[in-house]
Ligand binder design. Structure first.
Ligand code: ADP
Ligand code: MG
Length: 640
């Protein structure tokens, strides 16, 4: 065995550098964090060759007195904590006191600083960990740290550096995170002599988002704020029309520090469940503020991950806040017309829209929720299909549900006749249901006072309807599916789903592993109104069946269920599974793309849409309707 030896400081620093300094972006992160901790209001980052040649960070912070400069670059020397107890109330970004020492070990580093009260600046140069004497120099107040030839003395690390473009990408991302955490600080980035970013200070986070990601994303942001006794949540989430194929645009900040937290990401995903297509991820810019004692930031060398004392509470706080917000937000999908015709959108930002629409809508949503949650029986998922007799699909039975009348007004007209009088030509291309009296004064009545909206079914697929803003094209299947999905979910969760005992239980033959999978999920299926029993060998008996699926053969539904149960090999958690099954059932029970609907059916479907909390998206996250504003049309027809 080799002799045990104490490692030299230099080796220790190199090991530490290995943990903290992975690439140029890590250096930039550490340096900019130091500038922020020093109270800088302006930070300029200059880079050559993606940071491998040069990284220079200049700030106007409080600086370091000349006698302290050697300590700044010494390992385990920090001005930010004093003792171990301070570790539990860290309010600064740094505290380990090892970043500068580590960087100095693997580069040529110059640290130049001048506090406000000093007559001149002082400068210390360290080459591969070896300090030169400190010398006075001229410089404005603040600190400049220059890192040249990163990893020049650690060839292995150097070899791992990627192309300039890749390194620059990481580096920009690191600054983006810091700039989003601190919109009040002015940042600039210059690469290869060209300024790539100039982010002036602002107190409006959306302005910073617009500078970094474009106006379009920023305009569609939904503000979020929920401050309770010890957790404060504020910031923005993106409208579901904006999403990404990965979760990298989820910017979560905890006490000003960018973090990655699986549990919070999950909460975010849950909040958008049903609003985004599978495989799409929400975008957010959210700031959490907590008592520093309630979180341990000392669990990860780069502090990217943290540990919450009360993770569960923060999870529910985030999820609850977003859910409530979405219930009162109009998440309608805008029709995607060519860009130059979209000016209509800009005149009314989403925020304005939300604020205008919120009170009445939440009232309506609350009402709808109560309706869905209460009692079994009469208000079963509306639009309930009939059991089929003799093969032919019977017309769908429509239960009319009266919409609440928020403000007193005339009774809505009965469907049919009145429209034909008012607009006889409208029948030509399909059915017309209901009648929206275009003369009604806008502003006097709320949009939802008029459930009877003109609607024309086209190609047995879409319903076209006039709205105050312009016109809306509704996907009949997607909308019905959404309504059924929500109704069904409420029923299932409140245990009020109607299930019919089959007079003669239906045997279904399946494979042995399939039977096992079904029986394993027996309880979950019972919640969905499907009762199955083993019937020896590879046969299952379906003894109860949900009323709403009456027109579908139990065997067919069971086979689909099995497919879901066995998909991917691994059983999904029961909540996901339940959700999948709800999707499947509502999809099966909904009117199809291609079904011809009677005027009454069209009316009923449109009336039901406001019962759904989010009638703008089908359960898979596709939009149920597209809006074309009058202004867009006017533009397309070159009227304006
Ligand atoms: P830490 O940030 O964890 O304390 P660092 O090695 O990053 O450790 O920095 C060491 C110390 O150097 C800091 O505690 C701070 O006092 C000082 N320092 C570093 N950069 C700056 C700066 N830009 N402005 C003022 N002080 C700085
Ligand atoms: Mg630091």
């Amino acid at each position: 065995m080799n002799e045990i030896r104490q490692l030299s400081t230099s080796v220790i620093n190199k090991i530490a550098a290995g943990e903290v300094i992975e690439r140029p972006a890590s250096v930039v992160k550490e340096l900019v964090e130091n500038s922020l901790d020093a109270g800088a209001t302006r930070i300029d980052v200059t880079v050559e060759k993606g940071g491998s040649e040069l990284i220079r960070v200049t700030d106007n912070g409080h600086g370091v007195p000349v006698d302290q400069i050697p300590l700044a670059v010494a390992s385990h020397a920090t001005s930010k904590i004093r003792d171990a107890d301070d570790l539990f109330r860290v309010g600064t970004l740094g505290f380990r006191g090892e970043a500068l020492a580590s960087i100095a070990e693997v580069s040529r580093l110059v640290f130049r600083s001048r506090p406000a009260d000093a007559e001149a600046a002082a400068e210390l140069e360290i080459v591969g960990g070896r300090q030169e004497p400190i010398r006075p120099t001229g410089a404005p107040q603040g600190t400049m740290v220059e890192v040249q030839q990163l990893f020049f003395n650690t060839p292995v690390r150097h070899k791992f550096l990627r192309t300039t473009q890749t390194e620059m990408g990481h580096l920009t991302e690191a600054i983006t995170r810091l700039a989003l955490a601190h919109p009040e600080v002015h940042f600039t980035i210059t690469h290869g002599g060209r300024q790539t970013h100039d982010l002036p200070p602002t107190d409006d986070l959306t302005e910073r988002v617009a500078m970094l990601f474009g106006e379009e994303l920023a305009a569609g942001l939904i503000p979020v704020e929920a401050i309770d006794e010890d957790v404060s949540l504020s910031g923005y989430v993106a409208n579901p029309t904006h999403s990404r194929g990965n979760n990298r645009m989820q910017y979560l900040f905890l006490n000003g520090r960018f973090i990655r937290d699986r549990s919070l990401q999950h909460a975010l995903g849950e909040a958008y469940r049903g609003l985004l297509l599978t495989g799409r991820y929400p975008i957010c810019f959210l700031h959490l503020k907590l008592d520093p004692a309630a979180v341990d930031v000392n669990v990860h060398p780069t502090k990217l991950e943290v540990r919450f004392a009360e993770g569960g509470r923060i999870y529910s706080h985030l999820l609850g806040t977003l859910r409530t917000k979405f219930l009162s937000t109009d998440l309608v999908a805008r029709a995607n017309l060519p860009r130059d015709t979209q000016l209509g959108d800009k005149s009314l930002s989403d925020e304005d829209e939300v604020q205008q629409a919120t009170p009445e809508k939440s009232e309506l949503f609350d009402w709808a929720k109560r309706q869905l949650g209460s009692s079994g029986g009469a208000d079963v998922p509306p639009f309930q299909p009939f059991p089929s007799e003799g093969g032919d699909r019977k017309p769908l039975e429509l239960h009319k549900v009266d919409l609440p009348r928020i403000r007193p007004g005339p009774e809505p007209p009965s469907s049919g006749e009145r429209v034909e009088e008012a607009n006889p030509t409208a029948r030509a291309g399909g059915y017309v249901a209901g009648g929206y009296d275009g003369k009604e004064a806008v502003g006097e009545t709320h949009r939802f006072d008029r459930p009877h909206t003109l609607a024309l079914q086209i190609h047995n697929r879409y319903l076209v309807t006039e709205t105050e803003e312009g016109l809306e094209v509704i996907d009949q299947h997607a909308l019905h599916e959404r309504i059924l999905y929500e109704a069904l979910r409420e029923k299932v969760l409140s245990g009020a789903l109607e299930s019919q005992k089959l007079l003669v239980p239906e045997p279904v033959d399946v494979a042995a592993n399939e039977a096992a999978a079904v029986l394993e999920q027996k309880e979950l299926l019972a919640q969905l109104g499907i009762e199955v029993e083993p019937f020896g060998g590879e046969t299952l008996l379906v003894s109860s069946y949900p009323a709403m699926l009456a027109n579908l053969a139990p065997a067919e539904v069971l086979r689909e269920l099995i497919e879901k149960l066995l998909a991917g090999g691994k059983l999904p958690d029961s909540r996901d599974l339940l959700d999948e099954l709800l999707h499947m059932m509502s999809c099966k029970a909904a009117v199809k793309y291609g079904d011809s609907l009677t005027p009454e059916e069209v009316t009923a479907l449109l009336e039901q849409r406001h019962l759904a909390q989010d009638h703008h998206h089908c359960p898979h996250g596709r939009p149920t309707a597209l809006v074309f504003t009058r202004e867009q049309l006017d533009r397309q027809f070159k009227r304006i």
